[in-house]
Design a protein around this ligand. Structure first.
Ligand code: MN
Length: 231
């Protein structure tokens, strides 16, 4: 097939222990999926999970052992970090039950759901979509994907983010309000998952601003660390 303009390159993420890469389809994100983060955003209680998407080319894939870089984005004075466990889907499906969700998971990675918080807050106030706050260019840094069999006990892994060597966020994946299986069950009632989809599963408490020159280090035990500098 030929195209009338040059098609953009396929977005992909490195895979631990392989020269081959993981091709990215859609990027789903879960909102308010840790209780203490829901509280810091002004919410309480267990509400059904809700989702938003980022454009696929918002991915900034960072190789193992290297420092990624994101530009400080335009239109904001309050760029926030959100450390998240990312689930990479290998086998698609709809109406997947939580108990079967593991069969659809290729692997896991450390991701950051970077957020122009001031724009998101304004969008919430106005009842407008979150795209400008959440789905902007370079808003989805991600480290290499570790295949599920090598990732260890991700469901009980410590998750943390440091800025300039100091702890900003520290929690445990076991504190997810909706665990990975339940998240996939809810998600696939609304959308049919496809191979290559990524799910950013939500962030724990401690979200805060970064400025140009800051270095963020994100970790989930058992996965490859994600280091990103704000240019
Ligand atoms: Mn998030």
């Amino acid at each position: 097939m030929s195209f009338v303009i040059t098609p953009s390159e396929r977005v992909s993420v490195p895979v631990v222990g392989s020269a081959d890469r993981f091709p990215v389809n859609r990027i789903y994100c879960v909102g308010r999926n840790y209780e203490e983060h829901a509280k810091e955003m002004g919410f309480t209680g267990r509400e059904p999970p809700f989702f938003f998407l980022k454009p696929t080319d918002a991915i900034v894939a960072v190789e193992a052992g290297t420092m990624g870089s994101i530009p400080y984005p335009p239109l904001t004075n309050n760029l926030h970090h959100e450390i998240e466990l990312v689930v990479a889907i290998g086998t698609g499906g709809k109406n997947i039950k939580a108990a079967d969700a593991h069969k659809h998971i290729y692997g896991y990675a450390v991701g950051m759901d970077m957020t122009r918080r001031d724009l998101q807050t304004e969008a919430k106030k106005q009842g407008r979509p979150w795209c400008i706050g959440k789905g902007y260019d370079h808003s989805a840094p991600i480290g290499p994907i570790t295949p599920a069999a090598q990732a260890g006990d991700v469901a009980n892994a410590e998750i943390s983010l440091q800025v300039g060597g100091k702890d900003r966020q520290r929690s445990n994946v076991s504190k997810l309000i909706w665990n990975i299986g339940e998240t996939i069950e809810h998600l696939t009632q609304a959308w049919e998952l496809q191979p290559g989809d990524l799910i950013y599963t939500g962030t724990p408490e401690g979200v805060a601003a970064v400025v140009s020159g800051d270095t963020m280090v994100g970790s989930v035990n058992g996965l490859v660390e994600l280091r990103v500098k704000v240019a």
